[in-house]
Design a protein around this ligand. Structure first.
Ligand code: M6R
Length: 365
């Protein structure tokens, strides 16, 4: 049931205050400001020497964000892989690794094959999974649930932010186990997680501003998404969302890669979405933005008040999200890129919930 929403996708975007709250609630004890795996499960994070994160599509991008978290907060080396590559590339696996599979459906053929490959090899396996009765949930050692609820729109939205909430919680748990994070750090970071639902509610208020920008962007042939740090995978996710539902060609790039190729694409017809919250990388991303503007690129800056001030009048348009701690910014900044893709697709009149050629669950390779 779509309720009062025109599409399931929009409904699911607006469900994110609840779906993130539920998911965080499965890992975080708000009273004690601690995090633990759900249902009394344990994973010996102190004993792992690395983590493989394997997934497809949007779930893969959630894994790419998690790499930044695990490496920063738990000093645990992470390799992220696309499942269809991992399963066939003869990966040189280490014995003491944890393999995490990220999947909404729990039925994706390549992800399942990658899981079976790792089990055969004797690795400890875990799944960040939304459908708890799925094949992948049944076959892993540890089930790390996302409580997004049923997701109908083919373009994943609330499942993605739920995956990020689970993975952020797990990174805190790993960081504590590996003594990288103190009790105080754990309290501070869990507290940040608890703020996500409220911040998403605020971020959803950019809906009307996004609609207006979408009218203009709907005539673009190509769109570039740029970001640094955890905003790099968010840029890739933003580009995938736009491709899937609007059929506009889009690419996500690390902003620092601009000079190494993609800047050649920039002209007045190529809109560039710069995703740049206030963090230690803001100045650098803003200078990339100026390079784009100098080549007459039309920049949409997605940032907070402070970032908008720093960007001054260089961007063509600015979308302002609430200020937040850099730890949780990838979760919050998922919202504007979802709304942007959604309203561009609506403007183009595509079948948003059932885009051409795509299936909700890819059970054949
Ligand atoms: O069910 P899964 O999470 O394993 O699905 C993986 C991808 O097929 C999925 O995320 C796909 O990329 C979505 N259509 C993205 O919106």
């Amino acid at each position: 049931d779509k309720g009062n929403y025109r599409h399931f996708m929009l409904k699911e975007i607006f469900e994110q205050p609840e779906s993130t709250a539920r998911t965080i609630g499965a890992y975080v004890n708000a009273l004690n400001q601690t995090a633990a795996l759900p249902n009394g499960q344990t994973l010996d994070f102190a004993a792992f020497d690395r983590v493989y994160i394997v997934a497809c599509g949007t779930a893969y991008y959630a894994g790419c964000v998690a790499k930044y978290w695990f490496e920063k907060y738990a000093k645990l080396p992470v390799e992220t892989d696309i499942a269809s590559e991992f399963r066939y590339r003869d990966p040189a696996l280490t014995k003491n690794a944890l393999a995490i599979f990220v999947t909404q459906s729990g039925e994706t053929a390549d992800t399942l094959a990658a899981l079976r490959y790792c089990k055969e090899y004797g690795l400890t396996t875990a799944a960040v999974v939304n459908v708890q009765t799925s094949t992948i949930a049944r076959e892993v050692d540890a089930v790390l649930p996302t409580l997004a609820g049923a997701e109908v729109g083919v373009a994943s939205t609330k499942a993605f932010t739920a995956q990020l909430c689970s993975l952020a919680s797990i990174a805190i748990i790993a960081g504590r186990a590996r003594k990288v994070l103190s009790k105080k750090d754990e309290a501070r970071l869990t507290d940040q997680l608890m703020q996500i639902p409220g911040l998403i509610t605020q971020a959803l208020k950019i809906e009307d501003a996004t609609k207006e920008i979408a009218v203009d962007l709907s005539s673009a042939r190509d769109v570039l998404y740029l970001g640094r740090g955890t905003m790099f995978p968010i840029a890739m996710e933003g580009a995938l969302k736009l491709k899937e539902i609007s059929y506009i060609h889009a690419e996500g790039y690390a902003a620092g890669e601009l000079k190494h190729g993609p800047i050649a694409l920039i002209d007045e017809h190529t809109p560039v979405v710069m995703i740049a919250p206030t963090d230690h990388l803001l100045e650098k991303t803003i200078s990339n933005m100026q390079e784009v503007a100098a080549r007459h690129g039309k920049v949409l800056l997605i940032s907070d008040e402070n970032g908008a001030k720093t960007g001054a009048d260089t961007p063509w348009q600015t979308l302002i999200a609430p200020a937040c701690d850099p730890f949780i910014s990838p979760i919050l900044y998922s919202v504007p890129i979802q709304l942007l893709a959604y309203y561009i697709a609506v403007e183009k009149g595509t079948d948003v919930d059932q885009p051409r050629n795509l299936a909700k669950s890819v059970t054949v390779e």
